[in-house]
Ligand binder design. Structure first.
Ligand code: F0G
Length: 455
């Protein structure tokens, strides 16, 4: 294991609150940590999205930002980077990941179409639905078992893919997507072998293959570490090979792009590119800035190269594992193997006494904040329970998880020790954690604004 391959030049002070203050803050936020001011959080593990620390070269890059409306120099720097790092012929910048999804699906998806993915992230699934399409998750079954040890638990089940194509017909499938790594299923990687198999099938039926590439470098690093034949290839080579099997990708660059804002949509098809530009102009801006400032484009073109640094990746993935191991040693039930960007706690085993109707995910995140001022992401019944249209019955998600998501280059392992100790303390006193009842909910995407009271 290596220590941080950088040293700290600028620091952002953190406020440390006491338990009494946190009790008050939590009550005012309706026991939903999404409604707490970030300033009142000590260690913020809500997301790894847009929360990275930029390097000195990225900050220096901001100074060469060219804020011209059309043809700014930073666009051409980014274009060169996208070609060299990812290898796609054409791309447009977007302000984050979801506009890239929106534009791609606006063009490709018609009412009644199916879009298979290993697992859709919330926004990709929602954008497919928004166009009248049907998002389908075809990840291997192991992904739904937090204890199943599979080195590439993000893989798509190729049999499920073939079965779907046979059932609905290839003309009903405008594209197949693979999310690398699989955020919704624990940040688990997809193997090169699986990508090749999916590619073979999509080619056979003439269906384009796109990646949701938010965490592409972490996925490539896992391939290097876990897949036979890749141990001596560089991550940069592995990324090029992976991307070589795809017809394009959407990317939220707020993760492995190491920037605080930015996204892109890349592709090899010129005809598609022409259409994409029209939608981009309508929704995001002129194709040489796509909703970003010139300086943001520059920070991104630096970040997309920095993320391939294997010392950085070893430390990054190692830090996530460090936290995971600490929890595991004390018997805390986590999703295994530990993924690339977060440790996921399995609440069905952590809080078996709280039924899903009492929101164990939020009960946990509220308790974690109260105990240590730490914020985590609730990814269970609050976000994913849904009502069956016909029977009115509530269908609860298979996985009831909390994500301890680690921002890139931001926290030290001393912070991880505090997080581990706090979670372990909660685990030892888990019987004391109580469920919640909803007192306010919005009709859509309720997890963002929902308010609770303790039971
Ligand atoms: N795809 C994946 C796999 C993601 O994890 C995200 C965002 C997106 C697409 C959408 O990108 O936010 O830039 O529009 N994930 C964040 C998270 C929000 O916390 O996991 P965006």
């Amino acid at each position: 294991m290596i220590a941080e391959p950088y040293r700290i030049k600028v620091v952002e002070p953190l406020k440390i609150t006491n338990r009494e203050e946190r009790e008050e803050i939590l009550k005012n936020a309706g026991y939903n940590v999404m409604l707490i001011k970030a300033e009142d959080v000590y260690i913020d593990l809500l997301t790894d999205s847009g929360t990275s620390a930029m390097s000195q070269n990225q900050w220096a890059g901001l100074m060469v930002g060219d804020e011209s409306y059309a043809g700014c120099r930073n666009f051409y720097h980014l274009e060169k980077t996208v070609k060299e790092v990812l290898g796609f012929k054409y791309f447009v910048p977007t302000h984050q990941g979801r506009p890239a999804e929106n534009i791609l699906f606006r063009i490709k998806v018609k009412k009644g179409d199916y879009v298979p993915n290993n697992m859709h992230f919330d926004t990709t699934g929602a954008h497919v639905l928004d166009k009248g399409g049907i998002p389908v998750n075809l990840v291997i079954d192991e992904a739904y078992d937090p204890q199943a040890l599979h080195p590439f638990k993000g893989n798509m089940d190729v049999k499920k893919l073939r079965d779907l194509i046979k059932k609905v017909g290839p003309e009903k499938i405008p594209l197949v997507m693979i999310t690398i790594t699989n955020n919704t299923g624990g940040g688990e990687p997809v193997s090169m072998e699986n990508i090749k198999e999916v590619k073979k099938i999509t080619e056979e039926y003439g269906i384009p293959l796109f990646f949701d590439a938010a965490r592409f470098a972490e996925n490539a690093y896992f391939i290097k570490k876990r897949e036979k034949g890749y141990e001596n290839k560089s991550v940069a080579e592995i990324v090029r090979e992976m991307m070589g099997y795809a017809d394009g990708c959407t990317m939220s660059c707020k993760k492995d792009g190491l920037v605080n804002i930015g996204g892109l949509l890349a592709m090899n098809d010129k005809e598609l590119f022409e259409k994409v530009k029209q939608h981009l102009i309508l929704l995001e801006g002129f194709p040489t800035y796509g909703g970003l400032a010139g300086r943001d484009l520059e920070a991104l073109s630096v970040g997309l190269r920095e993320v391939l640094d294997e010392n950085y990746l070893e430390w990054r993935v190692g830090q996530v594992k460090y936290l995971g191991n600490k929890l595991k040693e004390e018997g805390v039930p986590i999703m295994e193997p530990v993924g690339g960007h977060a440790v996921y706690i399995d609440l069905k085993r952590f809080l078996p006494h709280i039924p899903q109707s009492q929101f164990p995910d939020n009960a946990f995140t509220a308790a974690l904040y109260l105990e240590g001022g730490i914020r985590a992401a609730a990814l269970g019944s609050t976000a994913f329970a849904r009502k069956d249209e016909k029977t009115g019955e509530i269908i609860y998600p298979k996985l009831e998880l909390v994500r301890l998501t680690i921002p890139r280059r931001v926290y030290t392992n001393s912070h991880m020790d505090v997080v581990a100790n706090t979670v372990i303390k909660l685990y030892k006193n888990r019987d004391k954690i109580r469920g919640l009842k909803i007192v306010y909910e919005a009709p859509v995407l309720r997890h963002f604004t929902v308010r609770f009271e303790p039971l």
